[in-house]
Write a protein that binds this ligand. Structure first.
Ligand SMILES: [Zn+2]
Ligand SMILES: [Zn+2]
Length: 84
């Protein structure tokens, strides 16, 4: 839901200027912030996944073909697809 504030005013030339400001309403989706690194996720499960596998964790997936390491299996898959 968006709150729209409209304001009409006149400049010195007599030109009608309409100012429309859009502000996010207070009913916005709650965000989930990681207290360790201040990353923000829109879904609680994404934050949990981040804290479980990424935040402060060493890279645990290593490429068998080179020295590349990463924290996510998906990243390793795309590395192998793109590089090798
Ligand atoms: Zn974090
Ligand atoms: Zn590799």
């Amino acid at each position: 839901m968006w709150l729209i504030v409209s304001k009409a005013s006149f400049t010195s030339d007599g030109v009608n200027v309409i100012v429309v400001t859009r502000t996010r309403s207070v009913n916005q989706e709650p965000t989930h912030r990681c207290e360790q690194c201040s990353r923000v996720y829109s879904h609680h499960s994404s934050l949990r996944n981040h804290q479980k596998f990424e935040c402060g964790k060493p890279a645990q997936f290593g490429c068998p073909l080179c020295q590349y390491r990463c924290k996510r299996k998906g990243n390793l898959k795309s590395h192998i697809r793109n590089v090798h």
